[in-house]
Design a binder for this molecule. Structure first.
Ligand code: BDP
Length: 716
């Protein structure tokens, strides 16, 4: 009886090792399963015999829990906490203040440059005994260091001569949840919203804690709980109590809570007649509201605002500027150290000549007029999270204003949660792009991390792909995109390959065979998707409204919501002329980039039709005509999905059957959907090109009408 009780107790202290739902993906990359490589396990067991974390706080408690769980799991036996420092193989963690007896001058010196969230992990000696030291300037640095150390073990690196230093390169690293108060998630494909508003503030799921752990493990330090298409209700007392309860769960993991502020809230919940940002009553109302929020959540992060875009209210309703609106909120937040993330994704009811130009046109003149606690949140491209977009011309064009990145992790335009698309390559492509804002080397990364213009405020936001699905993201590989986002927000200079390597090892297996196969699938997957959806710079040709599947024929309603507006196919050719003879959107880029895009010879072919309208017989670099090239790209896309399936099948037996089969089934679905994209687009564009599909390519089974008339009900 006693023995059973002991086992039970042991089991309950190791929730992630003995998850009842084995391999259902719930554990994410925090799978602390016992290391199966025996030599490595032996080496680790020798090097790690005890642990201690100095200090006392909720964050330190979280670090202790994580280290205990992680070590027990990975090493396969209980690793005790100790007060004694004279033991061989001790892991010692803490802030430098708490470790002052054991830290040498070199360690102290290192930490001076690592800021409030950085840490070091070193192998060394304490009292002549071998030790691993994790030191930081603050408690949260200690927690980040612990997670990094566990990652070292999970990825089975050598721990004999550890000399790791790390500090985040951006300051605000936030998920944007497009979650509504009724728990639906706008563009969410992984179930419903995690936030169970009805049961809050009393009922706190362990999932909330696991969410915070996952985020902290990759350095995410903030979460915007609510949809950018905001509901003012969340700013009322009832909801603020609920928000405060969530903030309480997240705080020990260094995660601040932010809310979306509906600009018309003073009218809707404040009973004012106006929301004019210069109206004294409105200013007063927001000041009081902000004070109230901080009375519930003393470390509230601030507001994210979508204003004057897609029908959302904003300062322009009162003939005021974005700066007037942002500054009014910024002033209210300033005394509490809160910030405003003001979105540059704007387009109003007047259809512009080119939607791609609007954000730049509206925001560049405002540079220098924003308060210092305002960041402008810019989507990676000027249209809308398309499978491929050139980087947004706003990056670098507002040197006096902090610009933060907005990536979309949820795959609204990339096949929802049924397509395996590793987005880190998309993120990397954008971050590495050189804007030439201050000459060569002015990469997007250097703008959003604040280094180019020496900004103290910087950040990256990711539109979350998380929901109530057991595995959080629907597709098991959707987890990699959440992971990659966090890692890139911490360090925008990491490569997608290195991130994939880490993620695969932590999530699936350290078998080199498995890693090589899966990594090659992941790294190719985004280009494959571009090929079967929008090759050669095509964009915005998806199904209307739900954005599922192809819809190059979408033509009704507001012109810039149609596909025709973007592809401009006609009997002569295809593509959006954004050169100086067209909409001149190229002029928004700095000269060398502008000239590169302007000139059809130098414009990269992967964005050719983004910038140029070209004849169907235009000669591509391959020697093929544009029409043939387009066909080959679409077909290559589908062929590559078949290749992905074959590659994946090689991994059978190398991982658990549950996840193996799940991915296998999803890849089959992806093939079906890729064929739909290919055939629908090729058949549709053929009505303009009037040219045959090249002979060596199989002909579509269905005709165009079939695809046009397909109906998709209740698409999420
Ligand atoms: C678009 C989405 C829409 C969002 C909008 C935004 O389709 O649901 O509200 O972006 O970012 O991509 O505000």
């Amino acid at each position: 009886m006693k023995k059973n009780l002991l086992i039970l107790l042991l089991l309950s202290s190791l929730p992630f090792r003995f998850s009842i739902h084995a391999e259902d993906g719930y554990e994410l990359w925090m799978r602390y399963h016992t290391i199966s490589n025996q030599p490595t396990l032996k080496e680790y067991k020798k090097a790690i015999t005890n642990w201690t974390i100095k200090g006392e706080s909720a964050i330190i408690d979280a670090a202790k829990k994580e280290l205990q769980t992680g070590l027990n799991g990975l090493l396969g036996n209980f690793i005790p906490e100790t007060n004694q420092l004279s033991i061989n193989g001790i892991v010692i963690a803490g802030t430098i203040n708490n470790l002052s007896d054991i830290a040498d001058a070199a360690l102290k010196e290192k930490l001076k440059h690592l800021g409030s969230e950085g840490y070091v992990i070193v192998s060394g000696k304490v009292n002549k005994k071998k030790a691993i030291i994790i030191a930081a300037n603050s408690d949260i640095g200690v927690l980040y260091g612990v997670f990094h150390f566990l990652r070292v073990l999970q990825t089975q690196l050598d721990i004999t001569g550890l000399a790791i230093e790390s500090a985040p390169k951006t300051k605000i690293r936030v998920l944007n949840h497009w979650d509504n108060l009724d728990r639906t998630v706008e563009r969410g494909y992984a179930g419903f919203s995690l936030w169970d508003w009805h049961k809050l503030p009393d009922y706190l799921y362990t999932r909330y804690t696991d969410y915070a752990r996952a985020n902290a493990s990759i350095g995410i330090n903030g979460t915007v709980l609510t949809n950018v298409n905001a509901n003012a209700l969340v700013l009322t007392k009832d909801y603020l109590e609920k928000v405060a309860a969530l903030a309480g769960v997240f705080r020990p993991y260094g995660i601040k809570v932010y809310l979306t502020a509906r600009f018309s809230a003073p009218i809707e919940i404040g009973k004012l007649k106006t929301a004019d940002p210069l109206d004294p009553d409105v200013v007063w109302w927001w000041n009081e509201k902000v004070k109230e929020i901080y009375s519930y959540i003393p470390d509230f992060g601030g507001f994210l605002v979508k204003a004057n875009s897609e029908g959302q209210p904003g300062p322009q309703n009162y003939e005021r500027s974005h700066a007037d609106g942002a500054n009014m909120l910024a002033d209210a937040l300033k005394p509490f150290n809160g910030i405003v993330m003001w979105r540059a994704f704007v387009y109003d009811n007047n259809v512009p000549e080119d939607r791609a130009k609007q954000a730049y046109n509206e925001f560049v003149p405002l540079d220098g007029t924003f308060r210092d606690n305002v960041l402008i949140q810019v989507k990676n491209g000027a249209i809308d999270f398309q499978p491929r977009e050139p980087f947004h011309p706003l990056f670098g064009a507002m040197p006096k204003t902090p610009e933060m990145m907005e990536f979309q992790i949820t795959q609204e335009y990339l096949g929802f949660a049924t397509h395996l698309v590793y987005l880190a390559t998309l993120f990397e492509e954008c971050l590495k792009s050189d804007t030439y804002a201050k000459g060569k080397g002015s990469t997007v990364a250097s703008i959003i991390d604040g280094s180019l213009e020496h900004k103290s405020l910087s950040g990256m936001a990711g539109v979350s792909n998380i929901g109530t699905d057991r595995n959080w993201t629907g597709h098991p590989f959707g987890q990699a995109n959440w992971y990659a986002f966090g890692r890139l927000a911490w360090d925008p200079y990491l490569t997608s390959g290195d991130i994939a390597n880490e993620w695969i090892r932590m999530t699936f297996s350290n078998s080199e065979n498995f890693i090589n196969t899966v990594k090659s699938i992941m790294l190719a997957s985004r280009e494959i998707t571009v090929n079967y959806m929008t090759p050669i710079g095509l964009h915005h040709i998806m199904g209307r409204g739900h954005h599922f599947g192809p819809g190059p024929w979408v033509s009704e309603g507001r012109p810039d919501w149609t596909s025709l507006y973007y592809h401009r196919a006609d009997s002569l050719g295809i593509g959006f002329d954004r050169t100086s003879t067209g909409s001149d959107a190229v002029s928004q880029y700095f000269p060398p980039v502008r000239d590169q895009f302007e000139n059809v010879e130098t414009c990269p072919e992967n964005v050719l039709l983004w910038f140029h309208h070209l004849p169907w017989d235009y000669k591509m670099k391959s020697g093929r005509t544009l029409w043939d090239e387009m066909c080959y790209k679409y077909y290559a896309g589908v062929d590559s999905v078949i290749w992905m399936q074959k590659e994946w099948e090689k991994t059978k037996g190398l991982i658990d059957n549950e996840r193996y089969n799940q991915v296998k089934t999803l890849l089959k679905m992806q093939e079906k959907e890729a064929i739909r994209w290919r055939d629908a687009c090729v058949l549709y564009f053929q009505t303009f090109s009037k040219r045959p599909i090249p002979n060596d390519l199989e002909k579509p089974e269905q005709n165009l009408d079939y695809y046009i008339n397909e109906k998709f009900y209740y698409v999420p």
